[in-house]
Write a protein that binds this ligand. Structure first.
Ligand SMILES: C[S@@+](CC[C@H](N)C(=O)[O-])C[C@H]1O[C@@H](n2cnc3c(N)ncnc32)[C@H](O)[C@@H]1O
Length: 209
């Protein structure tokens, strides 16, 4: 019996990709953040935002617009951004796993943040378990960054390739945030197994000493 070859959903720009281009965004991912923002009341004028994995720049442009001239957005990605940067945003090429070098120093300079965003995704290998494990590592790193640099009451969003690791990650999220939500935005492609974890209110760290 002959089987029909599977259609590749990434082969042609879909309606959201075309809409993103027409609205000045380099990628359709902007509509995922827009939905999370709408549902969780994430972004407001004057906030300081950190955008981890910011290339090609849709989330950064959206966040910069939402926080306005009184706010600021700092982004980092392994890849250099090719977009024209809004005046209230700055981005560098760097690795979010950097713990004591120039990338972490750059992230620390903008702290404390009101919102930490991560749409980071590993380069996929074709092995689902490897990709899930790498995605979970990225999410854990964003939690470490949030713990170090997010203001009390601040919000965190991170993308996860869904896996059993969610159970342990959720424990960490509950320890750091007063609430947790799991969102699969409408703009997510049907074949994708990604979800977005949201921690809307960072707990106040225990007083030192
Ligand atoms: C889905 S894209 C982000 C799209 C972006 N939010 C937008 O709207 O334009 C995922 C990004 O994560 C970045 N990334 C993956 N691992 C990273 C790491 N360790 N440090 C920084 N960026 C990373 C990749 O280079 C890639 O550009």
């Amino acid at each position: 019996m002959s089987r029909k070859p599977m259609k590749n959903p990434y082969a042609r720009p879909d309606a959201l990709t075309l809409r993103a281009k027409s609205e000045g965004y380099p990628a359709r991912s902007v509509y995922k953040l827009e939905e999370i923002d709408r549902r969780c009341g994430l972004l407001r004028s004057g906030q300081r935002v950190l955008d981890l994995g910011c290339a090609p720049g849709s989330w950064l442009l959206y966040a910069a617009k939402r926080v306005g001239a009184k706010g600021s957005v700092r982004g980092v990605d392994l890849t250099t951004l090719a977009i024209a940067m809004p005046p209230n945003a700055i981005a560098i090429a760097g690795d979010a796993f950097d713990r004591d070098g120039s990338t972490f120093a750059f992230l620390r300079e903008g702290a404390p943040y009101d919102v930490v965003l991560s749409d980071m995704a590993p380069s996929t290998t074709g092995n689902r378990f490897t990709d899930q494990a790498r995605s979970a590592e990225l999410v854990r790193r964003t939690l470490e960054i949030a713990e170090a640099l997010l203001a009390p009451g601040g919000a965190w969003v991170a993308k996860l390739f869904m896996s059993e690791e969610l159970v342990e990650i959720r424990k960490q999220v509950r320890a750091l945030f007063t609430e947790e939500r799991i969102i699969r935005p409408e703009g997510t492609r049907q074949i994708s197994y990604e979800v977005f974890l949201v921690g809307p209110g960072r707990r106040r760290p225990p007083a030192a000493g």
